[in-house]
Each structure stands twice: as C-alpha cells, then as structure tokens.
Design a binder for this molecule. Structure first.
Ligand code: UTP
Length: 472
C-alpha cells in the first residue's frame, strides 16, 4: 500500500485487508491505491474538520459583473459565423460531452445520457447529441471527433448504448470514450472514508472538472491521451457541454467564430439570470480583468439583488456550462502546478458500518463528496470571452424527475423549438393559446441543417404525435 496514506487510515486499511478473502483483497487494495490520499487528507482537514474556510480568500468587494457580448451582437455577427465555419471546415473542431455524473436527482437507472428524452420516439439524450455532431460533420464535409467523458461506473453502459445504436450513424473511429477519476466520500463529521460495502470504498466521480485531467490521461489501449487522439484529426478547439442539455447548439459557428476572433483560450456561453435566487453560477470579473464563476450559493445577497438603472440584474451572466477550450490551454493546465480546487457537496451516501457489519441507508445527508468544477479553469486563462445566448433556444437541462428541469419541461422545450423550425420551413404547426404546439414533435437533428433551415424534403426524420399540414 502507498506510504503516503495518513497513518490512521493506513492502519485501518491494512487491518481490514487481513479480514478479506484472497479473492477480495486484491480488488480492495487496487481501489485503495488508486486514491490520492494526501489530497483527501488535505480536503478533510479544510472542509470537514474546518481548519480553513472555503472561499475565505474571496474578496467580493472588488468583484464586478463580467463584460460579455450581448445577445443582439452575438447572433448577428456574420463575420464570426464565417470564421467559425472556417474552423469546422478545416477540421479544427472537436466536441466534448461530459456524461460522468451520477444523475441522482433524476433517479434514472443508468447513465443520464441514455435517458429516453425524445418526445415521440423516446430517443436518448445521446441520440440527439450524436445526430447533431453528424449533422455538423455532413454539412461541413469534415469529421467532427466526439469525446465522451464517462465515469468508471457508467462507462460500460454508455459504450453499450452507442454500440447497440450503431453509434447513431457516426463513424466509431471518430468517437472516443474517456473515463474520469474518482474521489472517496467521507463521513461529514469525522472525515473517515466511507465503504459502500465490506470490500469496497464509497468512491464517486471527481466532478466535471475531472475532465481537465481525464483528457490528458494516457489510455492503455493505444497509449494516447484523449486530447492527443483528437489532435490527430487536426483538432485545436473543443466545443464542450453537459449531457443533460439537449437544446445545446453543438459547434455553433457564431460562438466558435467569436472565440477564434478574440484569440480566446476559453469561452463561456451565458444566459441572463431571471431572478436573484436562480440557482446558476454567475460570471464575474476581478479588477485585473480576469473572469471567474461565483456559485449561486456563494454570491452575497446584495450583489445577487443589485440592479442596473434599466432594471436588469447587474450580476446576470449565468453560466450554462457550454464552453469552448483551446486544446493547448487544457494541456497547459493539466500539466501545470495549479490544481483546480475541490468543492464539497453534502450528500446522502449509503455505507457499510465496520462496527455493525451492516449497510445503512441514511435518511439525512451523512457524507461529503469532493468535486472539481470545470468553470474554475476560467480565471486561469490569459484571454477569455463571455457570450450571451437565448435560454429559450439553448438551455433546458434535465436534472429532476418532476417539476422544473424535468422530462416534461425538456420535452416541451424541444417540441417548441422543432415547431419553430418547421414553421420557418413552411409547415403549419397548430398551437394552443400559450403558443405551445398541440402535438409532441421530434426532429432528427440530421434533418436540421442549421438552426433556421431544415432539409428541403420532409422524410422519416420528422416524428410527430399528431397531424401537420404543409403550407403551399
Ligand atoms: P450535475 O452536477 O448536474 O450532476 O452535472 P448530475 O450527475 O447530472 O446530477 P445529480 O447532481 O447527481 O443529480 C452536470 C453535468 O456534469 C456531468 C454530468 O454528467 C452532467 O452532464 N458530470 C458531473 C460529470 O461528467 N462528472 C461529474 O463528476 C459530475
């Protein structure tokens, strides 16, 4: 076992290993040695035992709202669109989906990307993302390599979903899965690492910020990192998003073009926050011009509530986790001395109790999980760009089983957008009094050439639960 494991934990693991059978002991030791224990000890010291407070070094008095490119400009800049299209045509753009989360709020049995979100066919989140990538690569005549981050837990089921759906039409050679790291969950009062059963530590994915390190981790199968694999296609720029937002405009040329024209290392899409208490991180700016995201729970109320003379919230640049990264920037960070910070999340984690030998399913949050967030890369960039988008067009994440951000809100947003695209193509879509289509509608993303144009013929790509008629 590692010499660097803090002594009390090392003693416990060694004693515990002696009680396991010969079949159980090696997997247990492999698991133990996969963890960076000195880091865990530091985090326990800081976040559980309270030896230093999180964000104590954050000086909110010097923070200003971040400058960003507003909606009118971002959507009308034709030179940016051309610049972005040029990047795709030159094969410089790849796509990253982070899909390693546990989806605990949704409560779906399986990877969230497999969730049947299609309003008519029940196609999965992955279907919509993969078909958009295919549509972009067909339009521009270049492969758009797709990188999918999984967790050790959901990797086999994610791969199997792509296999059984023939990669949704993508060339499997243009798709790469890479697996993120894990961190142990610890008891929220003692900081002791938890066991999920007698032989297994309670490990969970290390946050979407784990993508930074997972992209640069060498894989056994071909000796390449995921970034090196993408660079073999000529990729220099990665369009990044989260698996749970099926509205995302993948490889949006306008966003790519603005990023490229600004020679930005990392760019963020934001939407205007609707209310001071909306649970979305806000992009702010420090006096030296560096941008950073402040989590909604950390933004002081007087800033969250501050308004412009126009009535808009001053701190309104809400991050929707749609980003563009230069591969060089990611490599620099992954190999550099600065590590992304870990944030703590207090959660309910079922655990095996060494005293009783029983598994307990707690009613109240009993554990702390540590996660890195990808938005903490923003202040590390020399040049960054923030671009506003319209939330109704591009942001409706699937988070919960019911209520806001649930299957019903996501399906109705997808139907509304499909109806708008059909209406532009001359298809009369019956609407209710609130302007929502009367029927569920689903479009194969390969049918949508870009946001405003559909392929000229209606074919099997259009799935609808009612009648539509073509306008002459
Ligand atoms: P969330 O933080 O919303 O987590 O992740 P989640 O797993 O989807 O759901 P809950 O919180 O357990 O209910 C936002 C996005 O980041 C990815 C998720 O897959 C989702 O696309 N993510 C999150 C990872 O890829 N890895 C992680 O460790 C955490």
């Amino acid at each position: 076992m590692q010499k660097t494991i803090p002594q009390p934990w090392l003693d416990f693991f060694q004693k515990h290993a002696q009680e396991l059978t010969s079949e159980q002991v090696q997997p247990f030791l492999d698991q133990v040695t996969s963890v960076q224990w000195p880091l865990v000890a530091e985090l326990v010291d800081e976040h559980v035992l309270g030896h230093s407070a999180q964000n104590s070094d954050q000086d909110f008095s010097s923070l200003a709202p971040a400058d960003f490119i507003g909606l009118e400009t971002s959507q009308a800049d034709q030179s940016a669109v051309l610049a972005g299209e040029c990047l795709i045509q030159n094969g410089q753009v790849g796509v990253v989906i982070v899909a390693g989360g546990q989806g605990s709020r949704l409560g779906f049995n399986g990877p969230k990307g497999v969730y049947p979100i299609g309003a008519v066919t029940g196609s999965s989140l992955f279907y919509f993302h993969a078909r958009k990538v295919l549509s972009v690569s067909r339009k521009y005549g270049k492969p758009v390599p797709l990188l999918i981050m999984t967790s050790p837990e959901n990797d086999p089921a994610t791969r199997a979903h792509f296999e059984s759906h023939k990669y949704f039409g993508l060339n499997p050679e243009h798709v790469r899965f890479f697996t993120q790291g894990q961190m142990p969950a610890v008891d929220r009062t003692t900081g002791q690492p938890l066991f999920s059963d007698r032989n297994t530590l309670a490990l969970s994915p290390d946050g979407h910020g784990g993508a930074l390190y997972a992209l640069s981790r060498r894989e056994n199968e071909d000796g390449l990192t995921a970034l090196e694999w993408a660079e073999r296609f000529g990729v220099k720029t990665l369009f990044y998003f989260q698996v749970d937002n099926p509205l995302v405009r993948i490889a949006d040329p306008a966003f790519l073009g603005l990023h490229s024209q600004a020679q930005s290392e990392v760019s963020f899409k934001v939407v205007s926050k609707q209310a001071p208490d909306e649970k979305v991180g806000v992009v702010c700016q420090s006096p030296d011009g560096r941008k950073l995201v402040i989590e909604y729970s950390d933004l002081p109320a007087h800033l969250a509530e501050a308004r412009e003379p126009s009535g808009e919230l001053s701190y309104r640049a809400g991050s929707i986790a749609v980003h563009i990264f230069q591969t060089e920037f990611l490599k620099r960070l992954a190999t550099g001395a600065i590590r992304l910070p870990f944030h703590k999340a207090i959660k309910k984690v079922a655990f095996w109790n060494p005293q009783t030998g029983q598994i307990h399913d707690p009613q109240e949050p009993n554990a702390i999980k540590f996660e890195a967030f990808i938005f903490d890369t923003l202040p590390l960039a020399e040049r960054s760009l923030i671009v506003e988008t319209d939330r109704r067009e591009e942001f409706e994440p699937l988070k919960n089983a019911t209520g806001p951000d649930s299957p019903s809100t996501v399906r109705s947003a997808m139907t509304r957008i499909a109806a708008k695209q059909l209406a532009k193509a001359g298809v009369k879509v019956p609407l209710d009094n609130l302007g929502q289509p009367l029927y569920a509608i689903e479009l194969d993303p390969c049918f949508v050439v870009d946001q405003d144009h559909l392929k000229p013929t209606l074919g099997p790509d259009l799935k609808i639960s009612g009648d539509l008629s073509l306008v002459d």
